[in-house]
Design a protein around this ligand. Structure first.
Ligand code: NCD
Length: 334
């Protein structure tokens, strides 16, 4: 039972070496809990003021072909906190600075970067690019979000946050609200929640419903899924309320975005419908889906959630490269 974080066995740690982190579905429950255990170990080490050298001499390449604030900065900080170094490509489809603008493919870009880095973190607007990258690389590839596909490091930090905020996740009711069609964070998170028999409550515009294949997968796994027409109805039974941004960049027609962007908004009035102790999460960035007056609510966990990303990403980098060393050699954590 996941009531606390447990540092994993040496065998479990060894099993991560060289692995790509492409999506939440690849994780067993034991592997998920192993990552959280290592994340907790690093969080404790940092809180104790330790200086870590687990990734000393190693280089992480951050290849971001789509805007990012938290994910890129927390991966970079994770590497720095582990004593490693970082090379970064940060561009967007509108502002291409790499040779992708000259027509270089992701495959070829990765073939190059693989010569420079020990681990590659990639974000792309195209679903499936992380897998293309993984096939091209000899070093581990971590998917930092591929289109409306997967965002596994976010889902891992979301689980870490749920446990820190609520304790044992077993049987919790999780409301997912907003853009469940294009929101890759919820596409990943459901695969972890299924291990704890969480109930899912979904509220979204009809145009932005959770893909049928994902809903079916949850049902096949014995997860109870309920659909609500309003945000007030959805929050009323939720222990965790996971708000999402309507993913403007995924709409081909902006008129369609305008038609749905303001349909599921949370404000101070929504709090009246909460169960006592309910926690609000959001991968961020928010646009207008959570109004500023909600920030003072004690269960508003979204900024704490973003902070947790650092520890989980430290764990992923060290695990996949075989550098979780502080635990075994205390002299590395001085
Ligand atoms: C999310 C993303 O990029 O998928 N952001 C993040 O990584 N923290 C969610 C979003 O952009 O809405």
């Amino acid at each position: 039972m996941l009531t606390d974080f447990t540092f994993p066995s040496e065998e479990m740690i060894a099993s991560f070496v060289g692995k790509n982190i492409l999506g939440a579905p690849q994780f067993s429950k034991e592997e998920l809990e192993a990552v959280l255990g290592v994340a907790a170990f690093y969080e404790k080490a940092l809180k104790e003021g330790k200086r870590l050298w687990d990734m000393d001499g190693k280089v992480m390449a951050a290849l971001f072909f789509e805007p990012s604030t938290r994910t890129r900065l927390s991966f970079e900080t994770a590497m720095h906190r582990l004593g490693g170094r970082v090379i970064t490509l940060a561009e967007s489809p509108e502002n291409q600075i790499s040779s992708t603008s000259k027509g270089e493919t992701v495959h070829d870009t990765i073939k190059m970067v693989d010569n420079y880095a020990d681990v590659i973190v990639i974000r792309s607007p195209r679903t499936g690019d992380a897998e293309i990258a993984a096939n091209a690389a000899s070093h581990p590839v971590v998917n930092a979000g591929d289109g409306f596909g997967q965002h596994p490091s976010q889902a891992l930090l979301d689980m870490y946050t749920i446990v820190k905020e609520k304790g044992n996740p077993e049987g919790l009711t999780v409301a997912m609200i907003g853009d469940l069609k294009y929101g890759r964070t919820v596409h990943s998170l459901v695969d972890f929640l299924k291990y704890y028999k969480c109930r899912l409550v979904m509220a979204s515009p009809d145009e932005l419903k959770m893909p049928e294949s994902i809903v079916q997968k949850m049902l096949d796994n014995g997860v109870e899924v309920k659909f609500c027409a309003t945000i007030d109805e959805a929050v009323a039974e939720a222990d965790i309320i996971y708000m999402t941004r309507v993913q403007k960049e995924r709409f081909a027609d902006l008129a369609e975005y305008d038609a749905v962007k303001d349909m599921f908004l949370m404000n101070g009035e929504t709090l009246q419908h909460f169960k006592p102790g309910a926690v609000i999460m959001h991968a961020l960035p928010r646009v207008n889906e959570i109004s500023l007056d909600v920030d003072d609510y004690p269960g508003a966990a979204y900024f704490r959630q973003a902070g947790n990303g650092l520890f989980v990403r430290m764990a992923l980098l060290a695990l996949t490269t075989g550098n979780v060393r502080g635990a075994f050699k205390p002299e590395w954590a001085l």
